[in-house]
Ligand binder design. Structure first.
Ligand SMILES: [Zn+2]
Length: 706
């Protein structure tokens, strides 16, 4: 850790001396702007310095401006080639610089990188706006679009044309001047209101603290939780006490373990009342305005509701499809939750307590019941999941499904010593692409796990450009003499990200913007999540999950325990989540542009569903940040939609065999290689022969018997 800080410090020093020369830095020596004469044209990380980014970004913007200018000023009549294709191919340098920068800013950031990001983000945003609001450019696109019936276009060209045109239209390019200015006003108001909504939730979350001074009030809490609460108190300036806050890592353990029913109630109520306290941070009026403005915007653009507007480019396409899915899941989930209520009440009664289960009791009694019923602790599995073995296992699964090989390359430049590079080849040795992996946490890396591209596959001047992708994670590091032993969740994540990686690696598309994993967000998690299914199959575990000391393969009884515990409490989890999906959809399918009484609206919505009083919707409206200040409006359903898809798609393998070659070939051909060149539902039907069914997911969550 110490060594690391020194290195960062040195980088900053180098940067300071470099940055003074920023102005006259020679662009022809900037490795981000010169040809990459490296194996597979991977980025020459060793040569790229922080100070190269800003001038490279600016140069990339300048070049694309020039390209756009020549598209709109040509005297030739608009054609697919001189307009749509020219727009698609513009900005190559900016894209290349942006891709390297994205990786570094998320996986190896520093003060310098952050300051570049701050400087460049508004410039790039303005540059993108300049393109999207360029009326001359839109008029040329429109000419091509309007005569699409008369010109001879390949299906993929049609998709590209449609997508480019729609992007402009959805931004308001087709409106008259009066409506354009209305739209601008609505957008402006919305951006301020959604920001304020998020700030209020944050303020409400931070303003609450529960300080405990008497240790007896901590009864039931594990030592780790107590310790975290003590540190929390200290950091908040309270000596000799324990602090709990409304952040989930503090709230949930208290709800799970605290024997003090009043404390659980107090915390829970504080949590669910955020944004609804009629104080300066109250969100009710704000969200009512947001909902109204969203209808206005949708109407301006020609849609009945906000959900109709948002869903159009997605797999679901329209609200009806989403409701249909949610309805199929709701009843079984609610019935299972009702049976869980009974189990929990029985436990309460058996302890001699005299009260009815309330929402703030759920976590506590579920935890107790789980221990009594399953005696399962995921930690005992760790020794079987040595990181190197899990990587090997994931590669073996990909090999058995698709015949591909992963060959480690030590001759490719990396941005950090933890990074490994693999060449990915077909069974016959043909090169597919490059995979970078970067699995350990460090202070310069953001949390979570993700996949992205340093270069996407597409066809350029008749030549196939091969992809360069990366998987980044934050898995448990080796400690002392122990290797990296990862949790079951981390192992699943590793398989998941490799699934995204394969989506990009297997791409076989003509145009970059339609290629790889850039698909609708209710489709993009299928390709990744399906990989998780293989990870925990007994047949697959035998390939890789061996004890790091004894070499023993993971015992079957442990696996059986894990499986049984897997469906525990799924009624609650599913109902809590689905209720929030319904609430999101209800708010965004309103077609009257008027303000609503928020609490009445929410109550009606939950009443219609028949939500039971023992469960509160996962996010009540006044703190539903995903949909009122994040990107998930009318999209909160997409998490479970992906799960329906992956469970149903994996069923195709279970119906034949885990590594059935015909099924794997079809999955690769129809789902993994087509990018966004066709409608997701069409691709899915080509693979499965029908639309997805919910039954496999119901079974996985133990809801199928209800
Ligand atoms: Zn994912």
């Amino acid at each position: 850790m110490k060594k690391y800080i020194v290195v960062l410090f040195l980088i900053n020093l180098i940067f300071v001396s470099c940055s003074q020369k920023d102005g006259n830095m020679d662009l022809s020596n900037n490795p981000l702007l010169t040809e990459w004469e490296t194996p597979f044209q991977t980025p020459p990380f060793a040569k790229i310095k922080d100070a190269h980014f800003l001038p490279a970004f600016k140069e990339g913007i300048r070049l694309q401006q020039q390209e756009i200018e020549s598209i709109v000023t040509t005297t030739e009549a608009p054609t697919f080639e001189n307009t749509i294709l020219a727009l698609e191919e513009s900005g190559e340098v900016l894209t290349r610089v942006g891709r390297v920068f994205n990786l570094i800013s998320e996986a190896l950031t520093s003060k310098k990188i952050q300051s570049v990001a701050q400087e460049i983000t508004p410039l790039v945003a303005k540059h993108k706006d300049d393109i999207n609001l360029n009326d001359k450019l839109f008029q040329r696109i429109k000419v091509v679009y309007d005569k699409r019936g008369q010109i001879d276009l390949e299906p993929e060209q049609k998709t590209l044309l449609e997508k480019k045109y729609k992007n402009f239209v959805r931004g308001g390019a087709n409106l008259n001047e009066e409506d354009k200015s209305k739209l601008r006003k609505v957008n402006e108001e919305l951006s301020l209101l959604t920001l304020e909504f998020g700030d209020n939730v944050l303020a409400e979350t931070n303003s609450f603290e529960l300080i405990i001074e008497n240790e007896t009030e901590l009864s039931g809490l594990p030592d780790g939780v107590k310790q975290a609460a003590a540190e929390n108190a200290k950091a908040r300036g309270h000596e000799n006490s324990w602090a709990f806050t409304l952040d989930k890592p503090s709230l949930i353990p208290l709800l799970q373990y605290s024997d003090q029913r009043e404390l659980r109630e107090k915390m829970f109520k504080a949590y669910i009342m955020r944004g609804d306290n009629n104080n300066e941070f109250d969100n009710k009026a704000i969200l009512s305005k947001i909902a109204k403005l969203r209808v206005e915007k949708a109407n301006l653009l020609g849609y009945d509701s906000h959900a109709n507007f948002v869903l159009e480019p997605y797999m679901a396409k329209e609200p009806k499809t989403v409701y249909n899915l949610l309805n199929q899941l709701w009843n079984p989930a609610l019935k299972k939750a009702q049976s869980e209520v009974k189990d929990l009440q029985t436990l309460i009664d058996s302890e001699g307590a005299d009260f009815q289960l309330e929402a703030w009791d759920w976590w506590y009694y579920a935890e107790k019941l789980k221990k009594a019923k399953y005696d399962y602790d995921g930690e005992v599995l760790r020794p079987y999941f040595k990181l190197e073995n899990v990587i090997e296992g994931a590669f073996k699964v990909a090999n058995k499904l698709y015949g591909i090989e992963f060959v480690e390359r030590k001759d490719i430049s990396v941005y950090h010593e933890d990074v490994k590079v693999y060449e990915v080849n077909e069974a016959d040795g043909k090169h597919i692409g490059i995979l970078f992996t970067d699995y350990f946490p460090r202070p310069s890396k953001r949390g979570g796990a993700w996949m992205s591209d340093l270069r996407k596959q597409f066809i350029k001047d008749g030549e196939n450009i091969t992809p360069v992708v990366y998987n980044v994670g934050n898995f448990s590091k080796p400690t002392g003499d122990k290797p990296s032993l990862i949790s079951v969740d981390e192992a699943l994540t590793l398989f998941h990200e490799l699934g995204h990686g394969l989506h990009s690696l297997f791409s076989k598309c003509n145009y970059e913007s339609l290629a790889g994993a850039d698909v609708a967000w209710d489709f993009v998690e299928l390709q990744s999540t399906i990989m998780e299914n293989w990870a925990m199959q007994p047949e697959v575990l035998k390939l890789y999950a061996e004890h790091y000391e004894t070499g023993e393969i993971i015992p079957n009884e442990l696996l059986a325990k894990m499986e049984r515990a897997g469906t525990f409490n799924q009624g609650f989890v599913t109902v809590e989540y689905l209720a929030a999906c319904f609430l999101d959809m209800d708010w965004h399918t309103i077609t009257d542009a008027k303000e609503y009484d928020v609490i009445e609206f929410e109550n009606n919505s939950m009443k219609k569903l028949g939500l039971i009083p023992e469960i509160v919707v996962r996010y009540r409206s006044p703190y539903f940040r995903h949909v009122f200040s994040g990107e998930y409006s009318s999209g909160y359903y997409s998490y479970i939609w992906s799960e329906v898809l992956d469970a149903d798609a994996f069923e195709a393998f279970k119906e034949t065999s885990l590594f059935d070659q015909k099924t794997a070939q079809s999955f690769r051909e129809n789902i993994l290689s087509k990018g966004a060149t066709e409608e997701p539902m069409i691709l899915y039907k080509k693979f499965r022969g029908r639309e997805p069914k919910v039954e496999p997911l119901l079974k996985r969550r133990g809801l199928d018997k209800f």
